[in-house]
Design a protein around this ligand. Structure first.
Ligand SMILES: Nc1ncnc2c1ncn2[C@@H]1O[C@H](COP(=O)(O)OP(=O)(O)OP(=O)(O)O)[C@@H](O)[C@H]1O
Ligand SMILES: Cc1ncc(CO)c(N)n1
Length: 270
């Protein structure tokens, strides 16, 4: 029987629509999955920075999750901003044993440089969330924090990807090279194999929400029944185009163009 694939984001908000659950829902839609979202933190932020954060009470996170799970069971889940140790424990408890493909974007710092996770959360992120992850998608700084390695080269990024899987229990890791120089190369480690996913670097500072959108795309692809390698490869194509076909909006690091694969910028200009 044919089905509508659905994907759930568990993440924080961005009222300017470029990152967090807003980016995730746009991405799910573009990547042909029915999108759902549980809010973990309400963030007053824009493309220039984070002004304030309110964490949703844990019992309300649990109620949101239960409301979704008892009604429309997602075919894949992604987590983004889960700021506090207590919230990580709660989300891990709720996801443990669910048998739903899980993409963990270990969000720690916004593109603007503002912190989105409490320092004390790192060990719980490692001990509780990594073992549940089908795919974990750290950027270089997040991979360094999780593994304790210093990552200056692609070989060191490979080593980090292997640690996240072989030592910490994720099924696959994508160490993103957005903050390296040269081509935008991400390193995928899955089934004991390293793959380099490379795209030309776009010369832009409009990269707000790139990480959120990449991990949401991977979740949508998994929800559609694709393998991890197919999901990550297709998602790399999606995010490269969304960065390349920039919208040029925002006074800071502007948002990516989630429409890019089906609309060219001229189609949406008024
Ligand atoms: N300038 C660029 N040109 C092309 N691809 C890029 C560029 N910057 C980032 N990417 C790609 O975007 C994806 C996200 O990577 P990045 O390392 O920026 O994640 P991140 O730091 O978690 O993102 P965020 O800014 O949302 O926190 C990766 O596939 C990366 O290679
Ligand atoms: C809510 C949220 N999640 C993730 C990021 C990282 O881009 C952000 N800026 N805001």
């Amino acid at each position: 029987m044919r089905r509508v694939p659905s994907a759930l984001s568990i993440a924080g908000t961005d009222p300017t629509g470029g990152a967090g659950i807003h980016a995730d829902l746009k991405t799910f839609q573009e990547c042909k999955a029915y999108g759902m979202a549980v809010v973990t933190s309400v963030v007053a932020q824009n493309t220039k920075g984070v002004q304030d954060v309110w964490h949703v009470p844990l019992e309300m996170v649990e109620k949101q999750m239960k409301a979704v799970l008892e009604d429309i069971r997602p075919n894949a889940v992604k987590t983004g901003m889960i700021a506090t140790p207590e919230m990580i424990e709660k989300v891990a408890d709720l996801l443990d044993g669910q048998d739903i493909p899980l993409v963990i974007d270990p969000v720690m710092v916004a593109t603007s440089g503002d912190s989105l996770m409490e320092q004390e959360s790192t060990s719980l992120m490692k001990n509780r969330l990594m073992p549940l992850a089908h795919v974990v998608t750290p950027n270089i700084a997040e991979a360094e924090t999780l593994t304790g390695l210093s990552i200056k080269t692609q070989k060191e990024a490979e080593q980090a990807a292997k640690m996240l899987v072989d030592d910490m229990g994720a099924s696959a890791a994508v160490v993103k090279g957005g903050h390296f120089t040269g081509d935008a190369t991400d390193i995928l480690y899955v089934n004991g194999q390293i793959d380099y996913l490379t795209a030309p670097r776009t010369d832009t500072n409009h990269t707000h929400g790139t990480g959120c959108s990449l991990s949401a795309s991977i979740a949508a692809e998994l929800a559609r029944g694709n393998t991890i390698k197919e999901a990550v490869t297709n998602s790399k194509t999606f995010i490269s185009q969304a960065i390349h076909d920039t919208l040029g909006i925002g006074k800071g690091n502007g948002p990516v163009n989630h429409w890019a694969s089906r609309l060219k910028k001229d189609d949406i200009l008024v």
